[in-house]
Design a protein around this ligand. Structure first.
Ligand code: CP
Length: 327
């Protein structure tokens, strides 16, 4: 890993991603992990709810021999306007790593800036557990899942990430991190979305720049049915609009709700062997129909499980000489 922190995919790079995935594969296969982080302490700080990230990091720390401690922002003096810099500087005197989820849908980029400030103030690794820009831990889990499902060489396979309606506005972090990871690894990732729901151009342009050097095919489209045709995997996710705001966005989302949903008919367009992926949470009848989410193509619980394995590998690589030596 080039630096001490993992705030986005670029902090890992292609080699770092590969090393985490290989260690995660071995850990999932049964390697004894209990001594990697014996005596260490991992802090988990969240300003919004989490099921998968929170519990998988807690269990990851435990299975590595470390203790974990979980805090909501409202429980710490952050609630009394103590700064994130002071908080991170103090926590770094107690902890060996700090995992942070922070975003506010009304302040795009503010969550990521807070993570950067905490990383600068703390002399321990800070890991992004989802902010407004990226979700690297989810994407590591997704890559492990894709390798398991489609084979270790994903270069010839095509994954389609589709926008879908949700009654809750969501961060585009998974998409941005997927875009960068696909570009770094030379993969074929398509992002399909309705008009006015394109992703942050900083990420599409950076992914295109990286892809030009790696041979990756990172494509954005607006034709849902055409985009999924022949896909090996269809991955559903909702995200906020960068062009519309307030009532304009909600009216547009409501108009799009009926068409932009993963249905069995859409999966049939992908192909008979196409799998369905979803980082969850998602609501049946909003992003995806129940017969797809609960049906034979769905691999969503394998995806959720893999969060545990990649985060074990990531923590081990960040905190253990032994893990780095093996990688
Ligand atoms: N996918 C994901 O990050 O889930 P949580 O919000 O439950 O952590």
């Amino acid at each position: 890993m080039p630096g001490k922190d993992v705030l986005g995919m670029a902090d890992l790079g292609a080699d770092g991603i590969g090393a985490v995935l290989e260690l995660a594969r071995r850990m999932k296969a049964g390697e004894d992990t209990t001594r990697y982080l014996a005596g260490k302490n991992v802090g988990l700080l969240f300003n919004v709810p989490s099921t998968r990230t929170r519990v998988s990091f807690q269990v990851a720390a435990s299975q590595l021999g470390a203790d974990s401690h979980t805090y909501g922002v409202e429980e710490l003096r952050l609630a009394n306007r103590e700064t994130v810099e002071d908080t991170a500087g103090v926590l770094a005197r107690y902890l060996d790593a700090l995992v942070v989820r922070w975003y506010d849908m009304d302040d795009y980029g503010g969550g990521h800036r807070r993570l950067e400030a905490m990383a600068a103030a703390a002399d321990i690794p800070v890991v992004n557990a989802l902010d407004d820009l990226e979700h690297p831990c989810q994407v590591l889990g997704d890559l492990l899942t894709l390798r398991e499902l489609l084979g270790p060489d994903l270069a010839g396979r095509r994954v389609v990430y589709t926008w879908a309606y949700s009654s809750r506005q969501k961060t585009p972090g998974v998409l941005h991190s997927s875009m960068l990871a696909g570009a770094l690894l030379g993969l074929r990732f398509t992002f399909v979305h309705p008009e006015h729901f394109g992703l942050d151009r900083r990420f599409t342009e950076e992914a295109a720049r990286i892809a030009a050097g790696t041979g990756a095919e990172i494509v954005s489209r607006t034709d849902l049915e055409g985009a999924v045709s022949g896909a090996d995997a269809v991955y559903v996710q909702s995200w906020k609009s960068f062009e519309l705001a307030g009532q304009d966005e909600w009216q547009a989302r409501t108009r799009l709700a009926a068409r932009w949903r993963v249905t069995e008919e859409l999966m049939e367009r992908a192909g008979p062997d196409a799998v369905f992926l979803d980082c969850m949470p998602s609501n049946r009848g909003e992003e995806v129909d129940a017969d797809v989410k609960d049906g034979p193509r769905s691999r969503i619980f394998q995806q959720a499980e893999n969060r545990l394995h990649v985060q074990k590998a990531l923590l081990a690589r960040l905190l253990s000489e032994r893990a780095r030596g093996e990688g």
